[in-house]
Write a protein that binds this ligand. Structure first.
Ligand code: HEM
Length: 469
């Protein structure tokens, strides 16, 4: 009680969310399914935005800060690098990879991985983006004229693209992608949510008796077998020289990591953790955002027509490949991509721990507190003006209509932000050029029902209709 009183005194400047109960605090509000979790994210984003952008809640003896103010969020992202203990639910799968790793391992690995995400490498991926986009467009032809859910095709294509680019695998080696892997990924994301939303399952000790744990073990085995197979294929397809100390210029991430492994600088376990992290971080995110973009383009025909005209103008009405010089010229397409990602951030919450007391403005975030960064709310904060809830791609065309603070948090912000941002933009732009020059899309975003299964996903399916141009 004394500890709680001290904590409450320290945090008295930060308003408290309503609905807390004695002793358990706000924990009971979490209980429900993943559609309900989405409702919580939107509800609390709005409440926190209306109450100054930072509010606190309690769960047992712990204080949770919920943040939507873009400046406070950025300061916290830089001051608190430690991921929240809830990320431990993903440890069995992703181990000490960049997303779930402790701060010391993360710092070392980020330094090693960062150079492989350079411009030279990205430019070299452009041919693969084009080939993958063409084969994706071809596969969509069978869906023309029907109300369809393109999700399995989008997902498998994104996964193959990651395998060929970031992992540097030969195209044949990437054909391993199968339904079993995809289902196991979806199961894992759902299990994370079940654990997060069920307070007693936060404890590893209690969780190991739960039925869900058995399903998790089975899914993790499938996922790990998949990445081990990929690693074998990679090892067979490359001769790794022990004396190759070259800088990773133009080299795929996995080539670089195999070299470090052969030099004894990385263990096989660390390499596999990063491999699993890269596979999931790089494909599910891009695939989900691509489907949201198609649904929004299908719902706003005038926006789609403007994108089409831009594509026809940049490519002189030909169907040639997209080069690195074309990418910055697709200005309106980029605005559309960003606006969809602002409204539908696939990671709609990010959570950190404070490992020391942090003072921001007149708020104190005591050591040991949890920080819930509501990306959904940051992307709709008052910095976006009166029409923050509306889909307005034009806002990205004029710097005067954009916030002057880091109010776009879809890739996170600060030193632990996404490594694949430019990869994602380039690959999505290339896919959309090939797709939109061949098809007209119709959809209705008002029919979308959403859920948060760790990532933001449509729970109503991803329905679109395609017509040949
Ligand atoms: C639309 C696409 C993408 C979105 C919206 C996205 C979003 C994010 C977000 C929000 C984080 C921070 C997660 C957290 O702190 O919990 C993150 C981290 C990360 N992302 Fe992405 N991502 C995307 C694509 C990619 C791609 C294509 C790759 C790799 C090719 C990638 C690799 C990573 C990695 C390695 C991290 C961990 C960074 C670190 O902690 O140092 N992402 N991403």
């Amino acid at each position: 009680k004394c500890h709680m009183n001290k904590l409450l005194k320290k945090t008295e400047n930060t308003p408290t969310l309503e609905g807390g109960l004695p002793i358990i605090g706000h924990g009971h509000l979490l209980i429900g399914d993943s559609e309900y979790f989405f409702e919580l994210v939107t509800k609390y984003s709005a409440i926190v935005n209306q109450n100054g952008g930072i509010m606190k809640g309690l769960m047992g003896p712990m204080v949770y800060f919920h943040v939507t103010d873009p400046d406070i969020a950025l300061k916290l992202m830089n001051a608190c690098l430690k991921k929240n203990y809830l990320y431990n639910v993903a440890k069995q799968w992703l181990g000490d990879g960049l997303i779930t790793g402790d701060v010391v391992t993360w710092k070392r690995h980020r330094k090693l991985i960062m150079p492989t995400f350079n411009q030279t490498t990205l430019n070299e991926f452009q041919d693969i983006f084009n080939t993958q986009s063409r084969s994706f467009s071809d596969s969509l032809r069978s869906l023309v004229g029907r109300d369809v859910d393109p999700w399995p095709l989008v997902r498998d294509n994104a996964l193959e693209t990651i395998c060929q680019t970031v992992l540097g695998l030969p195209p044949d080696g990437c054909k391993l992608v199968d339904e079993e892997y995809a289902i196991a990924t979806e199961e894992m994301l759902n299990i994370f949510n079940t654990r997060i939303q069920t307070p007693y399952m936060h404890s590893d000790w209690l969780y190991k008796w739960a039925k869900t744990k058995k399903i998790e073990d089975k899914a993790v085995n499938i996922l790990k077998r998949f990445s081990s197979n990929l690693l074998q294929i990679k090892k067979q397809s490359t001769g790794v020289s022990k004396n190759d100390h070259a800088e990773p210029k133009g080299k795929a991430f996995l080539d670089h990591f195999l070299e470090l492994h052969s030099q004894g600088l990385l263990t096989e376990r660390e390499l596999l953790d990063e491999l699993n992290t890269m596979i999931v971080a790089g494909h599910d995110t891009v695939a989900t955002e691509l489907v949201f973009i198609l649904i929004l383009l299908g719902s706003f025909p005038e926006v789609q027509e403007r994108v089409y005209e831009e594509i026809q103008s940049v490519f002189d009405c030909t169907d040639r490949d997209v080069t690195k010089y074309d990418l910055p010229r697709l200005v309106y397409l980029e605005a559309v991509i960003k606006e969809v990602m602002r409204l539908y951030p696939v990671a709609s919450i990010i959570a950190r721990d404070a490992d020391k007391d942090v003072n921001i403005d007149n708020h104190t975030i005591p050591a040991g507190s949890s920080i819930i960064l509501l990306v959904w709310g940051i992307n709709r904060s008052k910095a976006w003006g009166e029409y923050a809830e509306q889909f307005k791609p034009e806002r990205w065309l004029d710097p005067c209509t954009l916030p002057d603070n880091p109010a776009f948090a879809t890739f996170s912000n600060g030193s632990r932000m996404c490594l694949g941002k430019m990869f994602a933009y380039n690959s999505m732009k290339t896919t959309l050029v090939h797709l939109l020059r061949n098809f007209k899309v119709t959809a209705d975003y008002r029919q979308l029902k959403l859920k948060v299964d760790f990532l933001l996903k449509p729970s109503s399916g991803h329905h679109i209709n395609l017509e040949l141009r």
